[in-house]
Design a protein around this ligand. Sequence first.
Ligand code: FAD
Ligand code: MLT
Ligand code: ZN
Length: 469
Amino acid sequence: MKQKEFTSRLMHVVGEEGVVLNPADQEFYVNDWLGKAHGRTVAVVRPRNTAEVSAIMRLCHQSQTPVVPQGGNTGMSGGATPDMSGAQVVLSLNRMKRIHEVDPVNNTLTADAGVILADIQKAAHGVGRYFPLSLGAEGSCTIGGNLATNAGGTGVLRYGNTRDLTLGLEVVLPDGRIWNGLRGLRKDNTGYDLKDLFIGSEGSLGIITGVVLKLFAAPAGRISAWVGAQQLSHVVTLLNRLQSACGPRLSAFEMMSAPSLALVTQHLTGHESPLPKSYPYYALIELADTNMTGLQDMLQDALSSAIEDQLIDDCVVAMNESQSLAMWRLREGISIAQVKAGKAVKHDIALPISSLATFVKEADQAIHNSFPDFPIINFGHIGDGNLHYNVLLPLDVAPAQYKENTTALNKRIHDLVTQFNGSISAEHGVGTLRRDELRRYKSSVEMDLMITIKRALDPNQIMNPGKLL
Ligand code: FAD
Ligand code: MLT
Ligand code: ZN
């Protein structure tokens, strides 16, 4: 099919305003926000509903046109960017923004995949419920993108990943057929769990168009605290103590190394460290409950005894929501500060929590020995074992040098992760960034199973080619 005929058939499906052909208007869709992934596209198509997605996929199936699904384009692994061929279509879900139902009795919310995460949170709040997925990009990422990457964020410790928050899905398959699995059931054992195939599949198996999410009782408030410690092992011990003392009330436990915090205070305006002195490690702790009685004392007692036992050196408990927000802004500023400060070689890794401190000791040593000039930016969701163990190269590093260092650093860190029985991809997705690394670390049996599933669902290989597999 000729390009002109193809685009006019797209317009027939979604209307002229639903197809972006002008290169200047395509800019947003063909580059990632990190400035690392760049591509070209035959057209950006923006359907309004599932029927339109289905018609687009029938057309792409017929013409064998590759499709790159895209939500908010906030991803960090290059998964939503087309390649340079100019032959791929970007299918953006950013016009599919309807919340169809919020059911506070069944504790579920049913929405289109293009709904912004923050709007899902607000809709849950509107009926006195809570949707706990929370991450720095929540004002622009979509729930479809969250599902496609099985996003994590800061609430995983208490509520799990996006997968754990999902009851049902609707998916348009590569040939245009619609699978309607929008069921709000907590028990449904009628064979294979199909939704789990699509969650975390990074657009490689189909287009997620709708979702039924779990809602929870809304916490009556939260208490945040910021602590400084000399050693990561002490921070991990504090995590364990708080889990014993507070149980499920411990809703977040984030870690930042001193260089990670310094990036934020130096490169972003209006941020100040909550403690007067600096320490090698910091933790941001949050407790929340439907009944806040006694929570402040619980946290104060646990932190006081941690100071007495010389586990932590200092701490401050937020006295109000604005102090709490200031602490969270520090933590969530790291991603942006990192982009301003240099070119990060990212490692989004998961480790058994019991191995975190030893892993970091060995990894730090290895980097100091081989790359003594590059700062290590180590932070993350240690409550669930996810580290963002990044190495910062200078902003003006030559592309060839960046590539060479990235290959060497990735191998060093990922080999060590594997020795510790960890994962090289915790929450940002594999995309193009870790695709080759994945082959190195997954067993041939796992790779075979994944390729078998891909071939069965997408025999013409039109779904997000070159990503993940
Ligand atoms: P996109 O970037 O558009 O796409 C991501 C992938 O999903 C691509 O492979 C794409 O093809 C696929 N995809 C998108 N929509 C669909 C769909 N409907 N059907 C099928 N495939 C689809 N991530 C975390 O997990 N935890 C964090 O704490 C976190 N913090 C972040 C902080 C900042 C400041 C930023 C900018 C990003 C952060 N991220 C984090 C990464 C990113 O926000 C998440 O990966 C998010 O889930 C991506 O959603 P999106 O809608 O932007 O997806
Ligand atoms: C975060 O947790 O802030 C992001 O997922 C990490 C990153 O920017 O690398
Ligand atoms: Zn993260």
